[in-house]
Design a protein around this ligand. Sequence first.
Ligand code: A3P
Length: 332
Amino acid sequence: MENHKLIFPVEENLNQELLKYFKGERDGYVQVGPKKWFLPVKFKSLASQYKNFRVRPDDVWITGVPRSGTTVTQELVWLLCNNLDYEAAKQDLDERVRYYELDLVFNDKTTEERIMTFSGDKELERLAECIKNTLKFLDDDVKRRTIKTHLPFELLPDDILRKGCKVIYVCRNPKDVAVSYFFYEKGSWHLNFTGDFEKYWNFFKNGNCTFGPYFQHVKQAYEKKNLLNVLLVFYEDLRKDPRAYIRQIADFLNKQLDKKEIDKLENHLGFENFKKNPAVSKALRDVDNNEVDFIRKGKVGGWTEYFTKKINNEANEWINENIRHIGIKWPK
Ligand code: A3P
């Protein structure tokens, strides 16, 4: 069954409510297939391109729900695939590891208006070019490709698994993901979420945030974790033992690292250095053009500052039920 073609509009009252809160999305949302993947309406015109893209057996894909630690993992993977070339890594990470469905997450009307308001902004002009051309840039790339995506497995080309591309799926505690995603969607002009955390949490938990439902996304990856070309990693492990995280991914990519190389990677990827690195940590701009941190706090358990008792009880019930169902074991 071709689930990527089973695209339904979100129920009208919910759609109106979402449009009220997510001011950057002007056209509304759809749900895709029996899992009800929640995506902007634009997916209708992009689904086939995303499904039929020509993959190469040596591609490396980095994926996971947004805000799970994909960016830092992208940088690690790119360095491992490019002979630890720190000089070349001074180029923007966005240009080195392309974001597969960039086009999907930028609403056309919102982007056009932004470009008119900030005409002459070079960064914005480059972004607009990438939005329209990411798949072409990937097609034209003559080097080994490292690609980032947040789409669930089901909506990606089947050849990714058939042709033996390597896939690294980053997983993070949903409570921390929800908080991080809230700040990201609030602070990005193209998403512009205008509600409070409680409102956001309800959308997130019910699978009504872009790339949701969270546990369906994780489940599709967890079911594939024993495939030779799939590696499931946890953000919590990165924070607890970055050297083991680096080694785990290097082993998966068949890269030998000596102690000095691991030292240098650990230092380069360390939260404070990473935050200061202009190639990976571009400031987000909110709707009023204020700078917002993309690399925010990097904490495990940071959710405690934002969850009320009520949200936490509800979250625990939801998480426990899903963990039991999926059989996933979270790092201690
Ligand atoms: P917080 O918002 O909790 O700080 P993604 O890259 O998938 O969007 O994930 C973003 C999350 O990863 C953010 O979490 C961000 O701060 C965190 N992060 C980014 N770089 C990091 C690094 N080098 N070390 C630890 N966490 C990092």
